[in-house]
Design a protein around this ligand. Structure first.
Ligand SMILES: Nc1ncnc2c1ncn2[C@@H]1O[C@H](COP(=O)(O)OP(=O)(O)OP(=O)(O)O)[C@@H](O)[C@H]1O
Ligand SMILES: *[C@@H]1O[C@H](CO)[C@@H](O)[C@H](O)[C@H]1NC(C)=O
Ligand SMILES: *[C@@H]1O[C@H](CO)[C@@H](O)[C@H](O)[C@H]1NC(C)=O
Ligand SMILES: *[C@@H]1O[C@H](CO)[C@@H](O)[C@H](O)[C@H]1NC(C)=O
Ligand SMILES: *[C@@H]1O[C@H](CO)[C@@H](O)[C@H](O)[C@H]1NC(C)=O
Ligand SMILES: *[C@@H]1O[C@H](CO)[C@@H](O)[C@H](O)[C@H]1NC(C)=O
Ligand SMILES: *[C@@H]1O[C@H](CO)[C@@H](O)[C@H](O)[C@H]1NC(C)=O
Ligand SMILES: *[C@@H]1O[C@H](CO)[C@@H](O)[C@H](O)[C@H]1NC(C)=O
Ligand SMILES: *[C@@H]1O[C@H](CO)[C@@H](O)[C@H](O)[C@H]1NC(C)=O
Ligand SMILES: *[C@@H]1O[C@H](CO)[C@@H](O)[C@H](O)[C@H]1NC(C)=O
Ligand SMILES: *[C@@H]1O[C@H](CO)[C@@H](O)[C@H](O)[C@H]1NC(C)=O
Ligand SMILES: [Mg+2]
Length: 808
């Protein structure tokens, strides 16, 4: 009883007494600490006890005896950690960080922190946002064996990652973000099994992720964004079954999202945006039971997304997938989700034209600035694409021509990076040339258009059957490349016709093979290959010019120009009647069948489309631009992964297989055949809207209403329905999205040829063979995008014959 009564009184008295006591060793030490750090606190009164009077920032144990915590955030600390701090041996927590960046002028703790060595009881240490100015991570920290929580963030500490921290067997929270560590992330981190949170973001590790981190089974948070990581996501991390947040954004990680991550059933946030991840996006990712946020923006993921994304399929609330290469349907998304889905390669582009349909990266896709050192600040392009515009970081994978402002930019399938440089130089040149028209000067316009390797020409015997021309020959034949000799323009520049001795008219264009060391060899191999390809439906190579390292090809002149310009004009019904169209289809098929069967491995055209079908004086169709740089024998493996082609005509299987095959030509042929039947362009957002792709448009209409609904109205009903139905069916068959459903060119020829015989040439028009179709100008019209060859531009090096003969 007496004890109960007297106890509180005693405590009060003790307190009174204590506050009168002259000094405590801890108080003295703290006062000295403040002094050494060039600061002071009004509540820290000399002669009082820090545990019995409320010293700001000081925390004591329950008995008010020992100082166990010191929180001096934003306290105007200056200079090194005072040695006397070591007198506070009971200290368990020390926070001398700044709270925000803007406070960094407040605490400015500098120098080494070896004064902490005596603090054997320290469990929490936070020295973030200071300016330590050390040359490596302080070793003393690695001796504080009771540490549970350690923060050295934003301290710009250089040197290797502090492997010695693995000594800290009790550590649960390790925050080392935003330093300047270099060298690999050590695999020893995998020994720190007590870790719950590990964030080591923002250093230049330049390494792979160590699989050993997968052993940290208690980990809930793993953050290594901006770590200069490369290599793949380790499948071993699928073992982190407690993981809630995984942040690996802004690195250069490659490869797929491992299937093992299905086991991350506690994952809430997956942030792997701005990498180079490649592969599919499997539905299980959004099906993880706890997932709320997925961000895979700015990667190279392809294949399709789950078709439906709503509350029945996922617990997600935020999903970001923009700037990838997703194909297939644009998913149906619950509108209450926060999403970013644009800039992909969907079949059905956004209803408002906001989504990219071209598989090209747009301005908003320029990601991470640390790529600034290479590629002019752009991330690497995906396989088979090249950087076509370094200002906008646009990778071109396809090309598309359109006059509609809403769907801008022509995008191209191109070749290697080397090609990008050539293309960029050439583009720039064309831009300049367009602005300032000037007279042709071979020195300037030929020799300065690109870098050449010193003009050393190894002796070479031209293959039989082709003529070797000098530049002089060509200048003479074209009257110094005068405007009157221009017959067209494609890729980078113009195509000319020339009058050669013997009253021969020939077409001159430049091959845009690489100008690198082996460019010359490549060019010669191609000339060799072309010189052997002879067929009535192939535009024949007559000669070449390799003087001064130029790579110019000289072809037979095709008097009636290209199929595109005839098919898409008002008079197309008259000059290209139904029979002519069937004939042209047979011609193209025969030409392609020939190149496919000519050699093993086969020659693949890669860019079958109406501007590459040329018509001679008798309206015989011949395939142009085959062979070169596409399937030269020597470069087989190289080129097979580098496509060239045009959107709409381009084999969609490429996006899954990364390979172009003869079946890719069959696909393009199918599209050209559809254009022949319908007189419509493969891509037309303006007149067909949602069904902008001709294949889909034809498919649906033929199915629902028969062939009459699709045939070119310019034919005014003059066509044999049965035959056109057969052709349409064949065309759809050829342009099946799956390669295995397409026939071979041989089968196509076998199917088409009998149709010609079946009907025979119609009487009325039979003899009306035009020797020359009327000039385009006669009925030039807006439906023919006269500038198409301009906007169909920018090829990579491996795209052939992008004539750069540009005299202006
Ligand atoms: N041998 C030729 N005879 C007559 N005209 C030709 C010949 N070669 C090319 N042309 C004309 O020059 C145009 C441009 O040809 P080029 O191959 O450079 O570009 P393109 O095929 O129109 O487009 P792309 O650059 O996308 O292939 C052709 O469309 C055609 O009208
Ligand atoms: C710190 O401790 C040392 C030795 O225990 C002692 O000599 C010194 O006076 C103390 N310093 C202060 C400021 O209390
Ligand atoms: C120290 O105080 C700041 C605010 O003054 C607070 O944000 C921080 O969490 C505290 N540190 C510790 C270790 O509690
Ligand atoms: C310093 O780190 C500790 C431990 O992680 C944390 O509790 C504290 O809030 C941090 N201080 C500040 C100012 O953020
Ligand atoms: C750290 O600083 C103290 C004095 O400030 C000095 O005695 C010690 O040698 C230094 N340690 C290192 C590793 O630089
Ligand atoms: C990293 O730290 C530095 C200085 O400590 C700071 O200026 C910078 O903003 C920080 N970076 C990030 C991304 O927080
Ligand atoms: C993981 O956490 C559990 C529960 O907190 C604990 O019992 C276990 O010891 C921890 N594992 C390791 C390796 O520290
Ligand atoms: C998930 O974990 C289980 C065991 O925990 C294992 O048997 C299975 O193979 C794992 N799944 C994957 C996809 O790794
Ligand atoms: C969403 O979360 C609930 C509760 O955690 C869970 O039962 C359900 O399976 C989750 N839904 C999906 C689609 O994973
Ligand atoms: C398209 O535009 C309409 C009207 O501006 C808007 O209500 C709708 O949400 C837009 N759709 C998309 C998918 O952006
Ligand atoms: C890249 O695109 C920008 C904006 O459209 C344009 O101004 C620039 O000329 C382009 N650069 C090249 C090399 O085409
Ligand atoms: Mg062409």
């Amino acid at each position: 009883m007496a004890y109960r009564l007297w106890f509180p009184v005693a405590v009060v008295l003790l307190h009174l007494f204590a506050s009168l006591v002259i000094a405590t060793p801890q108080g003295d030490a703290l006062i000295q600490v403040a002094k050494d750090w060039q600061t002071s606190f009004s509540s820290w009164l000399p002669g009082t006890d820090p545990c019995k009077n409320s010293w700001v920032g000081v925390g004591c144990d329950a008995d008010h005896i020992n100082v166990i915590s010191l929180n001096l955030t934003n306290s105007n600390l200056r200079g090194p950690v005072p040695m006397v701090i070591g007198n506070l041996t009971s200290l368990e927590a020390l926070d001398i960080s700044n709270v925000k960046y803007t406070d960094m002028n407040l605490n400015a703790v500098t120098g080494n922190v070896s004064a902490l060595a005596p603090l054997r009881n320290l469990q929490l240490l936070n020295i973030s946002r200071n300016v330590l100015g050390v040359t490596k991570f302080p070793e003393v920290v690695q001796t504080l064996l009771n540490i549970r929580s350690l923060r050295f963030e934003h301290d710009l500490i250089p040197g290797p990652f502090p492997v010695g921290l693995t000594n800290l067997k009790k550590i649960e929270y390790l925050y080392l973000g935003n330093n300047s560590f270099s060298g690999p992330i050590p695999k020893e981190l995998g020994l720190m099994t007590s870790l719950k949170e590990l964030t080591i973001w923002g250093s230049n590790y330049n390494s792979k992720l160590p699989p050993e981190i997968g052993n940290l089974v208690n980990l809930t948070y793993l953050n290594c964004n901006r770590c200069f990581l490369w290599g793949g996501l380790p499948p071993e991390y699928g073992k982190l079954k407690n993981l809630e947040k995984l942040h690996f954004y802004k690195n250069t990680l490659t490869g797929p999202i491992p299937d093992e991550y299905r086991n991350l059933t506690n994952l809430i946030e997956l942030r792997i945006e701005s990498n180079q991840l490649f592969g599919s996006f499997e539905p299980w990712i959004i099906g993880l039971p706890n997932i709320q946020l997925v961000n895979v923006n700015f990667n190279q993921l392809y294949k399709s997304l789950p078709p439906v994304i709503d509350r029945t399929t996922t617990n997600l609330t935020q999903m970001y997938v923009k700037c990838n290469y997703f194909t297939g349907k644009y998913p149906l998304i619950d509108p209450s989700f926060t999403t970013e889905f644009d800039a992909n390669c969907y079949d059905n582009p956004g209803v408002n034209g906001t989504f990219d349909v071209m598989c090209s990266r747009e301005l908003s896709c320029i990601p991470f600035q640390s790529f600034l050192t290479s590629n002019g600040g752009c991330p690497p392009c995906p396989n088979g694409q090249y950087l076509a515009n370094k200002t906008l970081c646009i990778c071109y994978g396809d090309k598309i021509a359109t006059s509609n402002k809403e769907y801008p930019i022509s995008a191209i399938v191109g070749g290697a990076v080397g090609g990008a440089v050539v293309a960029a130089v050439a583009l720039l040149l064309i831009c300049l040339c367009m602005r300032r028209r000037r007279k042709f000067d071979p020195d300037r316009d030929f020799f300065n258009t690109e870098v050449r390797d010193g003009g050393k020409v190894e002796p070479w015997d031209a293959p039989k059957g082709v003529q070797r021309y000098t530049l002089d020959d060509l200048v003479r034949a074209t009257n110094n490349f005068s405007k009157e000799h221009e017959i067209g323009s494609g890729g980078f520049g113009k195509v000319f016709y020339g009058n050669f001795p013997g009253n021969k008219k020939l077409a001159i264009k430049r091959a845009s093979t690489s100008t690198s060391a082996n460019g010359q060899t490549q060019f010669r191999n191609e000339v060799l290959l072309l010189s052997r390809l002879h067929h009535k439906n192939l535009v024949r190579l007559e000669g070449f010019c390799d003087e001064n390292n130029l790579q110019i090809l000289v072809y037979e002149y095709m008097r009636n120009g290209n199929l595109h310009s005839h098919l898409f004009r008002k008079s197309a019904g008259k000059y290209l009647d139904w029979y002519k169209r069937l004939e042209i289809a047979v011609h193209i098929a025969q030409g392609l069948e020939y190149i496919h069967s000519f050699a093993d491995p086969p020659v693949i055209h890669r860019d079958v489309k109406p501007t590459n079908i040329l018509l001679d004086g008798n309206l015989v169709a011949k395939v142009a631009d085959f062979g070169i740089s596409k399937e030269s024998l020597e470069l087989h493996t190289h080129v097979s992964t580098n496509p060239a082609g045009t959107v709409g005509y381009f084999d969609p299987e490429y996006f899954t297989t990364q390979k172009l095959t003869t079946a890719s030509d069959v696909y393009s042929f199918g599209v050209v055949l559809l254009e022949l039947l319908t007189g419509q362009k493969v891509i037309d957002h303006v007149s067909r809207g949602e069904e902008y792709n001709l294949i889909k448009w034809v498919e649906r209409r033929v199915e629902e209403g028969g062939v009459d609904l699709i045939v070119d109205t310019k034919l005014e009903g003059n066509y044999p329905r049965q035959i056109f139905l057969k052709m349409a069916t064949l065309a759809l068959h050829c342009s099946a999205s799956e390669k295995k459903e397409r026939p071979t060119m041989k089968a196509v020829v076998t199917a088409l040829e009998p149709l010609l015989r079946e009907v025979g040439r119609p009487k009325a028009e039979t003899e009306a063979v035009w020797t020359e179709l009327p000039a385009e100008a006669a009925d030039n019209e807006s439906t023919f995008t006269g500038s198409s060859s301009q906007s169909f531009s920018h090829h990579g090096a491996l795209k052939q014959s992008k004539a750069v003969i540009d005299p202006r």
